[in-house]
Design a binder for this molecule. Structure first.
Ligand SMILES: C[S@@+](CC[C@H](N)C(=O)[O-])C[C@H]1O[C@@H](n2cnc3c(N)ncnc32)[C@H](O)[C@@H]1O
Length: 243
């Protein structure tokens, strides 16, 4: 059993199809997220916030913000004077974010808007910290996305990316068994859309490991690239600074 990995079909993200898929599951995204991660997503976001806090940003933008949970966690965990924007290219996901925002007075300062990671509506050299959680994997052209992120960061600014990675050997077979056998089944019950979560498993299977991701960030022009695996490196936090 050990070392044997269950095959998952490779999935290549295509922008319009990704947007359509998230439009279809937007209303059930949060519930599915919490159930499928067994609640560990709260801890992962906490770790992201603590990385960002150490960078003391003034202007921050959360990319592929989806239903806004990362932007809300950043808003709760950072000083009140930090400017926070949340961008996504899927209106239906942003609608979920705005609905939740309306219910919490503390989150009113977050500006949610439409923005494609491949062509950001942000000025060059304008942002202290960019965050992106579980978004990089969905980009049609990751290199273009990383270069675009680098463009909008101020010199000395940092990209902090929370994303699935390749888990350590010991848990890999069990993890892939979960991704292929259990996850799509639960997902179909929660969202009514099994294929969206087969896509999730497929994109995770083909996503680079930590070292490869670090190389991609350096190739996109970033300096000072670091990464840390969390939960047996099921996910990793990467940080990459613009020189
Ligand atoms: C898995 S969700 C993650 C949402 C949120 N960051 C979180 O951690 O819950 C991925 C999000 O990426 C967005 N996305 C995918 N490609 C994008 C792109 N090119 N530009 C902006 N958003 C994109 C999708 O619309 C979706 O909301």
């Amino acid at each position: 059993m050990r070392g044997k990995v269950i095959h998952l079909p490779a999935m290549k993200p295509e922008g319009n199809a990704v947007r359509k898929m998230f439009t279809g599951i937007a209303g059930r995204y949060d519930l599915a997220n919490h159930m499928l991660s067994m609640g560990i997503d709260f801890y992962w976001r906490k770790r992201l916030v603590s990385t960002v806090r150490s960078l003391t940003p003034q202007i921050l933008c959360d990319l592929a913000t989806g239903s806004g949970d990362v932007a809300f966690a950043l808003c709760d965990g950072l000083p009140a004077n930090v400017e926070i924007t949340g961008l996504d290219f899927c209106e239906a996901m942003l609608e979920q974010a705005r609905e939740k925002q309306a219910k919490n007075p503390r989150h009113q300062k977050i500006a949610f808007g439409v923005g494609d990671c491949l062509n950001l509506p942000l000025e060059t050299d304008s942002v202290d910290v960019l965050t992106i959680s579980f978004g990089l994997r969905n980009l049609e052209n990751r290199k273009q996305g990383l270069e675009e992120m680098r463009r909008v960061l101020k010199p000395g600014g940092t990209l902090v990316c929370l994303e699935f990675s390749q888990p350590v050997k010991l848990i890999k077979p069990f993890y892939y068994m979960y991704l292929k056998g259990i996850l799509p089944f639960i997902a179909r019950i929660v969202t009514g859309n099994k294929s969206a979560y087969e896509y999730l498993g497929g994109t995770i299977a083909t996503f680079p490991n930590r070292q490869q991701m670090e190389m991609e960030m350096k190739d996109a022009g970033f300096a000072k690239v670091f990464s840390k695996g969390i939960t047996g490196t099921i996910v990793a936090i990467h940080s990459a600074t613009k020189a």
